[in-house]
Design a protein around this ligand. Structure first.
Ligand code: CA
Length: 250
């Protein structure tokens, strides 16, 4: 154990200094305390007008408690919609080009529930159609009626001439416990990981985003990907995030 630890320290120092670059943490939130850090996060309060989603984002469906960030989805009338939900993002507070992003999160379940951890081109506004889309990197998307599956996707090109590289990962019940979801985005490739295991890699350089992106965590209710909620959907649902970190070589 001690030998391994010493070896690790030596290797980490060695690797951390490759080509004079340092592996630097450029963003972190562990969601400690009971107040969302609004210097880092925008709490979205608009209706969603993309993907035929049904929710109105509201301020009080986002909060921190017990060192976690909670995004709640509810069935209630608000602003002409029949559901409310939570979304936070870092647009214009933390935009970045290339890096390694890792979230640890426990997914909500239920028909019509669509949680996501993702990156979007920095100019795209929240919850409205974007004229400069793609790029978009979806590190984790899930359908609440399929708790054993998550999807990773790289959207590339520029609409209407856009495409996507996507992979479904089937396995454990992702709603039963916390798991890590990570992307390493560099100029040559985009690689996705779940619990530290590589699950998908894109190496076509023409697909790799070259624009600054921002972080998004949200839960959609309804929409083309998840379908609409049913009478069995267990409202309220909670998407629980333990932390998010971003590192890069610089
Ligand atoms: Ca935490």
């Amino acid at each position: 154990m001690a030998v391994n630890y010493v070896l690790c320290i030596a290797l980490c120092v060695l690797v951390g200094k490759i080509h004079g670059l340092n592996y630097v943490e450029i963003f972190r939130d562990d969601f400690r305390g009971n107040t969302i850090n609004e210097a880092k996060w925008n709490r979205i309060t608009t209706p969603s007008n993309v993907n035929q989603e049904l929710q109105h984002y509201v301020w009080d469906d986002t909060w921190q408690e017990h060192d976690f960030l909670f995004l709640r989805s509810q069935k209630r009338n608000y602003g002409g919609r029949s559901y409310t939900s939570g979304r936070v993002d870092t647009q214009n507070k933390f935009n970045f080009l290339y890096g390694e992003v890792e979230w640890k999160a426990k997914l909500p379940r239920g028909t019509g529930i669509w949680p996501a951890l993702w990156l979007l081109q920095w100019q795209c506004p929240p919850a409205t159609p974007c004229t400069t889309w793609p790029p978009e990197i979806d590190v984790m998307e899930a359908r609440g009626d399929q708790p054993n599956k998550v999807t990773t996707t790289l959207h590339y090109g520029r609409a209407p001439n856009n495409g996507d590289d996507t992979k479904e990962i089937w396995g454990i019940d992702f709603t039963a416990d916390f798991h890590t979801y990570k992307v390493i985005w560099d100029p040559n490739q985009v690689t996705f990981f779940i619990d530290g295991r590589e699950v998908y890699k894109i190496t076509d350089k023409t697909h790799i985003p070259k624009e600054e992106m921002y972080l998004i965590m949200n839960v959609a209710v309804g929409g083309w990907y998840s379908g609409s909620p049913s009478n069995s959907t267990p409202f309220p649902t909670h998407f629980i995030i333990d932390y998010v970190t971003v590192h890069r070589w610089q």
